[in-house]
Design a protein around this ligand. Structure first.
Ligand code: NAP
Length: 309
């Protein structure tokens, strides 16, 4: 039986792994489908303390994993399929195999929110993407007009990054001010290749018949005017949804699926702890996720110490 199982290898999961490993609990850590979490899909991370020149997101996560493994964490590329948290020990199903554990740290993060348009899903990977760092350099986007949807830090980051490849980057936002931090907003809007389109939403991505992105249909929310904007790519950056569906009904969560901790990192189920973006819809930073991962590890360690007294 495991002492600690950690779900997720983003900043929260790997920091929890580091701390529980250093407490000699040899945690078993499951990556899910995106090892390293969302930060592996970002380019340069400029606000993680300790890296004055910034650090590549993928490299940061690779280093975190190595650091946790150095102290005995076992990181496995596997996905949680079910969790029976109704009795101790908890029984997880991971890639078809049962895993028993005394404690569980849920650090499953969040995934990209979609626009929920039919044309969006039909054209995914045919010009519609959720990750500029992953896809921006593809030949199909080179020297072409591109569209980024959203008004937060992610949208700004994507738009600025895409100016390296696209002829022009239209930033389509549903309001007339960006939600992004001031430094990111200023940097983005002062880039001559970024053209903001305010108060507008994408109502359709064209052209499903041609099986590739050729443009977007936009609606101005102030005056209902419609326009079609030619583009070769649509980069959707409108926030995230927490990866908590598997725990619905067992773990307390809000109406958007964010897990609600009871005290510190403790959930409503004794022995189950939570950390990072699957429970935090306020701060959502790499460094806060890491801090919450540390807290969950300490809480799990103290719980085990009491259990095994
Ligand atoms: P976010 O801050 O939640 O912003 C989402 C944006 O998408 C908002 O502007 C929102 O509009 C818009 N939006 C939401 N649903 C929409 C819909 N259905 N249709 C059209 N627009 C929609 O998400 P984020 O930009 O991904 O950032 C998430 C967190 O990560 C934030 O805390 C951010 O600071 C952090 N982050 C930091 C960095 C960095 O510091 N380098 C980089 C990336 C992300 P409204 O503004 O009208 O709500």
């Amino acid at each position: 039986m495991e002492k600690v199982v950690i779900i997720g290898t983003g900043c929260a999961g790997l920091t929890a792994a580091l701390y529980t490993a250093r407490a000699n609990l040899t945690p078993l850590v499951f990556t899910g489908t995106l090892p390293g979490g969302l930060l592996t899909t970002t380019s340069i991370v400029e606000n993680y303390p300790g890296f004055p020149d910034g650090i590549d997101g993928y490299e940061l996560m690779t280093r975190m994993q190595k650091q946790a493994e150095r102290f005995g964490a076992r990181v496995k590329f596997a996905t949680l399929e079910a969790a029976d948290l109704s009795k101790q020990p908890f029984v997880l199903t991971v890639d078809g195999e049962p895993v028993e554990t005394q404690t569980l740290i849920i650090a499953s993060g969040a995934s990209h929110r979609h626009l929920d348009l039919e044309s969006e899903s039909l054209l995914e990977r045919k010009g519609v993407t959720y990750c500029a760092t992953c896809d921006g350099a593809l030949p199909m986007f080179r020297n072409q007009p591109l569209v980024v949807v959203g008004g937060g830090d992610s949208a700004c980051e994507e738009a600025t990054y895409l100016t390296r490849f696209g002829s022009v980057v239209f930033l389509v936002h549903r309001r007339d001010t960006l939600r992004a931090s001031k430094i990111m907003a200023d940097r983005t809007l002062s880039n001559p290749k970024v053209k903001p389109i305010w108060n507008s939403v994408v109502t359709e991505i064209l052209d499903v018949k041609q099986d590739k992105v050729t443009g977007v249909r936009l609606k101005n929310l102030k005056n209902d005017a419609e326009q079609v904007l030619d583009c070769a790519g649509v980069f959707v950056a409108i926030g995230h949804v927490p990866n908590t569906q598997l725990f619905k009904g067992a773990i307390d969560m809000d109406e958007n699926g964010y897990i609600i901790p009871k005290r510190g990192s403790e959930t409503n189920v004794t022995g189950v702890f939570v950390a990072g973006d699957c429970s935090d819809h306020v701060y959502r930073q790499a460094v806060t996720a890491a801090g919450l991962g540390c807290a969950a590890a300490i809480d799990a360690e103290r719980h085990l110490a009491k259990l095994n007294q």
